[in-house]
Ligand binder design. Sequence first.
Ligand code: NAP
Length: 227
Amino acid sequence: MLGKKCIGIIGGTGPAGLGMALRLGVSGHEVVVGSRDEKRGADCVKNLKEGNLDQNIAISGSDNAEASKCETVIVATPWDATIETLKPLKANLEGKKVVSMVNALMKTLGELEPLIPGRGSMALEIQRVLPKSLVIGAFHHLPAANLNDLAHELSEDVAVFGDNKEAVLDTANIVNSISGLRAIYVGSLSQGLAVESFTAVLVSASIKNKGHVSIKFTGLDSIGSNL
Ligand SMILES: NC(=O)c1ccc[n+]([C@@H]2O[C@H](COP(=O)([O-])OP(=O)(O)OC[C@H]3O[C@@H](n4cnc5c(N)ncnc54)[C@H](OP(=O)(O)O)[C@@H]3O)[C@@H](O)[C@H]2O)c1
């Protein structure tokens, strides 16, 4: 299965990973939801497919190693488990696009505060442990509640950042393939600090205003014209 054209999701059984799997699956992608436990991965996908979802949708569940064999891999683990989860997958992930949606946040007094990882962002931390992978940042600001509710029409922008132009464009194409999402290129991997930290503002706004707050840029075209 190495190199097959699909999108794997590491830590895919949480609300963020399953929401991404759902939206990618209905957009026609082949998705492998990864877990520490192969059975849990399979069971979560079985539950996801129950209900009104088209059973032909190409989402399967397995373990993180299987998900890491896909061509593009999304990282959807808790920030403090990310590095230890990725280390054993390093060989599988060499030369591949690794898209981080990981935010390092801490809940305090009814709001979220950003934590600053050693290299300044989780995206840079991931690039440190996966030096031969093409690390990209995307999807940080999308509330899982919006992704998981197919009745909710998405209308949001996705800040995409990274150092490799081709990998950024590939990721932007994946973003734009999901109905209602628009990729906006915001710069190199060093933008991770600002992008990830800003999630604390959005989640805190969601808590304070009892909603699911996301972002929309104005005055910009979608990615491509500014790369
Ligand atoms: N929730 C959101 O709205 C949202 C939106 C955008 C970005 N994000 C980011 O996406 C990431 C995932 O968010 P989430 O809310 O889905 O997180 P989560 O539910 O806490 O965790 C996701 C999955 O990670 C695995 N996991 C948990 N602890 C682990 C550990 N110690 N070691 C290895 N794997 C572990 C679990 O899967 P298994 O038990 O099956 O292995 C879990 O289902 C976070 O970094 C978050 O900041 C979240």
